[in-house]
Design a protein around this ligand. Structure first.
Ligand code: 8ID
Ligand code: ZN
Length: 347
């Protein structure tokens, strides 16, 4: 039986108090499933949403979260692709229109009518959350729901970003922010896809983790005087591609300098108010490509999940109760998280 009320983390104003309290359990619309969220990853985008630091307003009051893994407990009358008891994943893109020019070409993250979990609608920092049945991810029975949660945003996003780079197996791929949530998965997807991975981040804990996850080299940005020269030296002229998942304008602009000629820089991390400033002479003469990459579509999601299900990537997670979300945001703000925090909604 589905309860009438449930626990959630709610904020009324941007950056305002995160209240752990009872809220009503939502009722699914005709096209929606109601998911009993067991675990939700905590993405740095949730911190941006709470702070309200992007030029896109959130719904207020808001229940954040967009890496939710759980069990379908109810569904609307038009839903034919999920049954009660199925495992489902709630992603950043909760719903799209499927008719605009972008949806027609499967660029659902660019749909102007897309609904975003934990941003334009309530997300997964609650025990029961809604998802559009077309957009919700199908997760195989028997999957560890705490482990799979980060794949639903971090995994999909970095897998898509690596594909977007258009780079080939055997080439060097640098990852800035390699020790964080997206980065720790980017290192593994890149390795599984045949790249030589150069991980950039700081602290010995993140260095150890990145090397264990398959990075060939780790460069500590806080301990390296001339990072551009060091990265070019290690890679014999610069990495062929860079996946920027750091929350640092400085790191992103630096990647334009050390990337190899004819290389590709992919922008994923979204530091507030940041500008990517590419010197035109250098970009033209060195034939550098710069691409932006927002999450992924349904096919990217199922592909990214398949890498996980086959054991090619795993999530380096720390599990805490949903009630401790504030603590997780504080650690994230301080750059102290190696891997990903996942909240257990039952605590
Ligand atoms: O669809 C998208 N484009 C998308 C999807 C999901 C997340 C974008 N994001 C964005 C988030 O909003 C956030 O801005 O990607 C960024 C990273 O998210 P995350 O991985 O969840 O954040 P994290 O776990 O805090 O990791 C960030 C890492 O960057 C490192 C930190 O040490 C941390 O490990 N870092 C920083 I800050 N400065 C650095 C620097 N100069 C750096 N690493 C290398 N060089
Ligand atoms: Zn995210």
């Amino acid at each position: 039986t589905i309860p009438k009320t449930q626990k959630a983390i709610v904020f009324e104003t941007s950056g305002g108090p995160l209240e752990y309290k009872d809220v009503p359990v939502p009722v699914p619309g005709d096209h929606q499933i109601l998911v009993n969220v067991k675990y939700s990853g905590v993405c740095h985008s949730d911190l941006h949403a709470w702070m309200g630091d992007w030029p896109l307003p959130t719904k207020l009051p808001l229940i954040g979260g967009h890496e939710g893994a759980g069990v379908v407990v109810a569904k609307g009358k038009n839903v034919t692709t999920f049954e009660i008891g199925d495992y489902a994943g709630i992603k950043w893109i909760n719903q799209a229109c499927y008719t605009c020019e972008f949806c027609q070409e499967a660029y659902e993250p660019n749909c102007p009518k897309a609904q975003i979990s934990g941003y334009t609608m309530d997300g997964t920092f609650q025990q029961y959350a809604l998802a559009d049945a077309v957009q919700a991810a199908h997760i195989p029975q028997g999957t560890d729901l705490s482990q799979v949660a980060p794949i639903l945003c971090a995994g999909v996003t970095v897998y898509k970003a690596i594909k977007t780079s258009g780079r080939k197996a055997g080439e060097w791929l640098a990852v800035t922010g390699a020790g964080g949530g997206l980065g720790s998965l980017a290192v593994q997807y890149a390795k599984a896809m045949g790249f030589r991975v150069l991980a950039i981040d700081t602290t010995e804990e993140k260095e150890k983790m990145c090397l264990e996850l398959g990075a060939e080299v780790f460069v500590d940005f806080a301990k390296t005087d001339n990072l551009v020269a060091r990265v070019q030296e290690i890679t014999g002229g610069g990495p062929h591609g860079v996946i920027n998942v750091s929350v640092s304008e400085f790191a992103i602009n630096q990647s334009l300098e050390y990337v190899r000629s004819v290389g590709t820089v992919v922008l994923v991390g979204l530091p507030a108010g940041a500008v990517c400033k590419s010197p035109i002479f250098s970009q033209v003469a060195r034939a550098i490509t710069i691409k932006g990459s927002p999450v992924g579509n349904r096919a990217d999601t199922q592909e990214a999940l398949s890498f996980f299900t086959r054991g090619l990537v795993h999530s380096p997670i720390h599990v805490v109760g949903l009630s401790e979300l504030q603590k997780v945001f504080t650690l994230m703000e301080e750059g102290k998280i190696a891997g990903r925090y996942v909240v257990d909604t039952s605590k």
